[in-house]
Structures are given as structure tokens and as C-alpha cells.
Design a protein around this ligand. Structure first.
Ligand code: NAP
Length: 392
């Protein structure tokens, strides 16, 4: 990282990758073909460094998440991963959670847009073009929970009764929902910086602050204050401009339940979205479905202060298709696009998107799209990647 927060990237970086379990053996080589072709076109090349996690790691090392994998992501700053099996049973920390905590990847970024020709359940999927900034380290997801009927739950219920006068049923399980100013500010700051860099028109703070005043309501208040304190030259809150921002970015807020309706009924009104962990989880999956979904939705976990980023396919391992060269590699390919953007390789990223769009527009698609499209040519995973490269 340079002092001004930009990544310094050589033309021939080493990038660690996790192939992924299940269909990882199919989608990773397909994605790599596309990445290498796009990089080469711009005089760059990536040395891919395989690191292990999941089943492959367990089979080769007896460890689901070897320390070297984490160390590698830490020292190379960025990396990319396919889907991983989540083993059933205790004692396993998911790789995502481990990397998120160790590298403090506080943003989960999920851009959601429609590609011409992709089958969608809505009439106007082209109106969906949003970037969801989901807080990754706090909220009810922080894992602070006690199970119903345990001594810990009993103690906590007694403490809350004695100290706060709160009445909680004795057979309740309890979770804790921390939302800090620090965590909210840095997430909303990242969303605003993105909106500025990408010339976006609005940032919507999505919250349920009418009910959860001191957590989700505080998130909204801190967001508006951050706009006044740090972004007043480029952005303005709704109340501070009466909804008329001029040429500045409009920062507004919306209650979560209404947002879930309106992203469907009035998608053009949403642009960048900044929200907490649980809301962000629901919203990003609902929106991915709206634009045709699971096979092509990308994601990235990012710390904009240190530059660390881990980009990932958002679907699972789809084990029934593993090794059949069948599934859609679009999710990991578009996650690579996000990674190249993060590296500042915008031209490489743009070329991949344009070629992917052209391939789908030519109705050359994998089974998942082919079964929903009229007149499509169904191709294998690897053939889809080759078709993208041909159009680059
Ligand atoms: P899944 O692997 O995402 O598969 C569910 C369905 O989604 C598949 O049957 C397939 O639908 C469709 N699908 C998934 N990947 C696709 C692709 N690349 N192209 C086209 N369609 C695709 O979910 P799951 O079966 O619930 O989970 C399987 C394993 O993955 C579990 O061990 C789970 O823990 C893990 N998982 C990992 C991650 C991650 O690492 N990020 C995320 C989610 C789940 P059709 O059957 O309709 O063709």
C-alpha cells in the first residue's frame, strides 16, 4: 500500500487461489483461462499460487484450513477462492470467517447487475444495478450466542434481570447484536468512497432503526453524520438538502422490510447500499436472484485500509455436478473482475465483462441458463470460458 491508500501492483503479481471443493475443479481452470487471456492482452501476467483449504486441504494435510493458507493471503494482500464444503460437526472454523477475522475484512461487497440475455424472474432486470456494502464483522453474526437451557443462558438471563430489569423467558437462547460507531463509520465510508470513484448517484443506508434504535438506528445516524464530517464536498444527506442533492451524491435511508419490497418494485431508485451484516445477507441474495442468479453472482471481502481482499464465488460446491465440466463459472470469473478492479487493472476487468456479455448475448451459455432460455446453445463450463476468450 502507498501512503495515499493505493495498492502498488507489479505487472506480474503472484496471487494465491483456492481451487474450491466440488465444482471447484471445473470452474477454477475455466476462470483462470479467462483471467490469463485478459491480463495478457494488457501486457500483464499473473503467477497463480495454489493454497489449500477445505476437502483438498484435509485430504492432503489432515487440516481443513492450513496455517500457510492464511499466511499466504495475509502476505500477498489479495486472493481468490472457489466454494468450500462446510464440514458438519464441531471444531471447524469456516475459512471465510477465519480469513475475515484474521485479515479484518470488514466489507462484504456484492455488486448486482443484469447481463443482457440472462433469464430473470422479473420484467425489468436491466433496472437492477446496485452495489451492496455489507458490514462483515459485527451484528448478530458475531457469534456471541448462548443456547437455551444452558448454565450460561441461565446466568445471562439472571444478570439481565437483576441489572437491567429485563424479563426474558427462562428457556430462551440469547444472541448479542453489537453495532459500533467504528464499525459503522468504516463500512459507510467505504461505500461513499466507492460511490465517488464509480460516479454513482446515491447511497442508501438500509436499517431497521425504527425498532432497533440503538443498533440499527445508530448506524443510520452515524452514517448521516459521517457525510457531514467527511464527505460534504461530494455528498449530502436527504434531510440536509430536502432530497435535492444537486450534483452531489444523495445519501438517504430506508427501512429494511420496505427496501426488500422496493428493490423489486422500484429498483432504479437504488444504487449503492450500505447496511449491516444480517440485512446485507438477505438483500444480496434476494437481489442476485432478481438478475438471474446464483451461477454468476460475485463477491469480495475487503479491508480498504490495509488493502487486503479475498474474492469468492458466492455459490456452494454443487457436489452433484463436480468434475462434469458442466456448471457456470461466471461467479468466480466476475469475482476475478472485482479483484482486478481492486488491483487497479480496470482495463483487464472491463475486457472480461464485455466478452462475458457478448458470449451471453450470443446465447452461448451453460446448462443453468440454457434451460431457461429460448434458442440457446448449451456449452460445457470450459467451452463457456473459451467462448469468452474468443470474444476478448
Ligand atoms: P450450492 O452448492 O450452491 O448448490 C445449490 C444449487 O445451486 C445447485 O444444485 C445448482 O442448481 C445451483 N448452482 C450452484 N453452483 C452453480 C454454478 N456454478 N452454476 C450453476 N448453478 C449452480 O448449495 P448447497 O448444495 O446448499 O451446498 C453445497 C455445499 O457448498 C455445502 O457443503 C455448503 O456448505 C457449501 N457452500 C459453500 C459456500 C462457499 O464456500 N462460499 C457457499 C454456499 C454453500 P441446480 O440443481 O438447479 O442445477
Amino acid at each position: 500500500m502507498t501512503a495515499n491508500g493505493k495498492l502498488q501492483v507489479p505487472d506480474e503479481p503472484i496471487i494465491p487461489y483456492i481451487e474450491g471443493d466440488g465444482t471447484g475443479v471445473d470452474i477454477w481452470p475455466a476462470a483462470q483461462l479467462v483471467f490469463d487471456a485478459a491480463a495478457k492482452k494488457h501486457g500483464k501476467s499473473v503467477t497463480w499460487l495454489e493454497v489449500l483449504a477445505g476437502e483438498k486441504a484435509f485430504n492432503e494435510t489432515g487440516n481443513w484450513l492450513p496455517e500457510e493458507t492464511v499466511t499466504s493471503f495475509r502476505s500477498h494482500l489479495i486472493g481468490i477462492k472457489g466454494p468450500l464444503t462446510t464440514p458438519i460437526g464441531g471444531g471447524f472454523r469456516s475459512l471465510n470467517v477465519a480469513l475475515r477475522q484474521i485479515l479484518d475484512l470488514y466489507v462484504c461487497l456484492r455488486p448486482v447487475r443484469w447481463f443482457k440475455g440472462v433469464p430473470s424472474p422479473v420484467l425489468h432486470p436491466e433496472l437492477v444495478d446496485m452495489a451492496i456494502f455489507r458490514e462483515n464483522t459485527e451484528d448478530i453474526y458475531s457469534g456471541m450466542e448462548v443456547e437455551s437451557g444452558t448454565p450460561a443462558a441461565k446466568r445471562l438471563i439472571e444478570f439481565l434481570h437483576d441489572e437491567f430489569g429485563w424479563e426474558i423467558r427462562e428457556d430462551a437462547g440469547i444472541g448479542v447484536k453489537p453495532i459500533s460507531k467504528f464499525g459503522s463509520d468504516r463500512l459507510i465510508r467505504a461505500a461513499l468512497n466507492y460511490a465517488v470513484a464509480k460516479d454513482r448517484k446515491s447511497v442508501t443506508l438500509v436499517h431497521k432503526g425504527n425498532i432497533m434504535k440503538y443498533t440499527e438506528g445508530a448506524f443510520m445516524k452515524w452514517g448521516y453524520q459521517l457525510v457531514r464530517d467527511e464527505f460534504s464536498d461530494v455528498a449530502v444527506g436527504w434531510d440536509d438538502c430536502g432530497g435535492k442533492p444537486g450534483d452531489k451524491i444523495l445519501v438517504k435511508d430506508a427501512i429494511t422490510d420496505i427496501t426488500l419490497q422496493q428493490v423489486l418494485t422500484r429498483p432504479a431508485e437504488f444504487d449503492v447500499i450500505a447496511t449491516m451484516n444480517l440485512n446485507g445477507d438477505y438483500l444480496s441474495d434476494a437481489l442476485a436472484a432478481q438478475v438471474g442468479g446464483i451461477g454468476i453472482a460475485p463477491g469480495g471481502n475487503i479491508n480498504y485500509v490495509t488493502g487486503h481482499g479475498v474474492f469468492e464465488a458466492t455459490h456452494g460446491t454443487a457436489p452433484k455436478y463436480a468434475g462434469q465440466d458442466k456448471v457456470n463459472p461466471g461467479s468466480v470469473i466476475l469475482s476475478g473482475v472485482m479483484m482486478f478492479e481492486h488491483l487497479g487493472w480496470q482495463a483487464v476487468a472491463d475486457d472480461i465483462v464485455t466478452a462475458l456479455e457478448a458470449t451471453i448475448a450470443d446465447k452461448i451459455v451453460t446448462y443453468d441458463f440454457a434451460r431457461l432460455m429460448q434458442g440457446a446453445t448449451e456449452v460445457k463450463c470450459s467451452e463457456f470460458a473459451s467462448a469468452i476468450v474468443d470474444r476478448m
